[in-house]
Write a protein that binds this ligand. Structure first.
Ligand SMILES: [Zn+2]
Length: 362
């Protein structure tokens, strides 16, 4: 029932509308018009998200994908070679997450034109997912009726159902040393770069265990070779699907900073902020059962998988909407080698359609 040619042309059209995070105006206008033409009632919330509603029968379901992309994402020129869509190599493709958006549009089109029965749908096309799930965080979940949701924003084989994802803590630190002339009186200085380096070297980083990771991703400091630097800023993160492990990982990182500062008589300001919270669904959850049944009905292999990354599904789950994240077929995202197989795009739409079409309680 999925119209392959139409779906591909929708996808190609979407990726050619520039929408780096924070610049979603044009695509939001485009998608608002598309949803309206399909008979949805559509509003733009104060955060900029596009929210569409389509009446149906039974308990409502939230269906969501994000409109924004990472850079370099302007002037995307999609190329199809042997059934694989890529950019021309100078930009990302934007399949993250326009494959999800395109699949949603195609499924709505099929539901409407074929008059198929389906649950009431709340479609949330969010802004600024890539900069920290900011669109979803700004969405007033009290305006939604759905208690179950489907986000289309992961990779892997179609049929993969992300049922758990980690919490993330962002860690920012400023090491304050003491400046001095590096040649004349270095003994009067406290080198903030040395302090930060010792601290980072002492931190457990990378893959900590199967469900915990940590990284220092940015460091900045110093002005000139002949000046003992008095200030270093660093930014890192820790993630885990287990809150206790996350807590002890953050503790290890902040301890390393404090100890290094202490050894050198420096001081350190540390700011730890919860970026998003973990979720874990199981086969007990209706939406998971529904997705598994739909996958089986299509001859796909349903696989309940954990994710190492956060998505809007973290925010919806934290707001008590049991939300799975399904694969939209995207590969090598956030790189100029990003690619999407047309077959996967079609399968993703078929999967979403099958989940929504499924007899309630079936
Ligand atoms: Zn994404």
């Amino acid at each position: 029932m999925i119209n392959r040619a139409r779906l591909v042309s929708t996808f190609l059209e979407l990726v050619q509308i520039d929408s780096p995070s924070g610049h979603e105006e044009e695509i939001a206008r485009h998608l608002t018009a598309e949803l309206k033409s399909l008979g949805l009632t559509v509003e733009r919330d104060t955060t900029g998200n596009v929210i569409g509603r389509l009446a149906g029968e039974g308990p409502p379901i939230l269906v969501s994908a994000h409109m924004d992309t990472v850079e370099p994402g302007r002037g995307v020129k999609p190329v199809i070679t042997n059934g694989i869509i890529t950019s021309d190599g100078t930009t990302i493709l934007g399949g993250d997450d326009k494959s999800g958006v395109a699949a949603i549009l195609e499924v709505l089109q099929v539901l409407v034109e074929q008059g198929l029965s389906h649950p009431p749908l709340e479609v949330a096309l969010t802004v600024s997912e890539e900069t920290g799930l900011n669109g979803a965080k700004g969405l007033d979940l009290n305006t939604l009726r759905a208690q179950e949701g489907i986000v289309l924003d992961s990779g892997g084989p179609i049929g993969a159902i992300v049922v758990s994802a980690p919490s993330q803590e962002r860690i920012k630190a400023v090491v304050h040393g003491k400046t001095a002339h590096a040649g004349v009186e270095p003994e009067k200085g406290i080198n903030a770069i040395v302090v930060a380096a010792e601290a980072i070297a002492a931190m457990p980083l990378g893959r900590i265990d199967e469900e915990t990771t940590a990284n220092v991703g940015r460091i900045q400091g110093g002005t000139a070779t002949n000046i003992v630097p008095d200030r270093v800023e660093l930014a890192g993160e820790a993630r885990s699907r287990d809150e206790k492990k996350l807590e002890s990982q953050v503790q290890a990182m902040t301890d390393a900073l404090k100890k290094a500062a202490e050894r050198h008589g420096a001081t350190v300001e540390i700011d730890v902020k919860r970026s998003y919270s973990a979720f874990k669904l199981s086969e007990e959850d209706g939406i998971v059962r529904r997705a598994m049944a739909a996958a089986k009905a299509l001859g796909l292999t349903p696989a309940l998988v954990p994710s190492g990354g956060g998505s809007d599904a973290n925010v919806f789950n934290a707001g008590s909407i049991a939300t799975i994240n399904i694969s939209a077929g995207m590969q090598k995202v956030h790189t100029t080698e990003e690619r999407l197989a047309v077959d996967d795009l079609v399968k993703c739409a078929e999967f979403l359609l099958a989940i929504l079409e499924l007899e309630v309680g079936g």
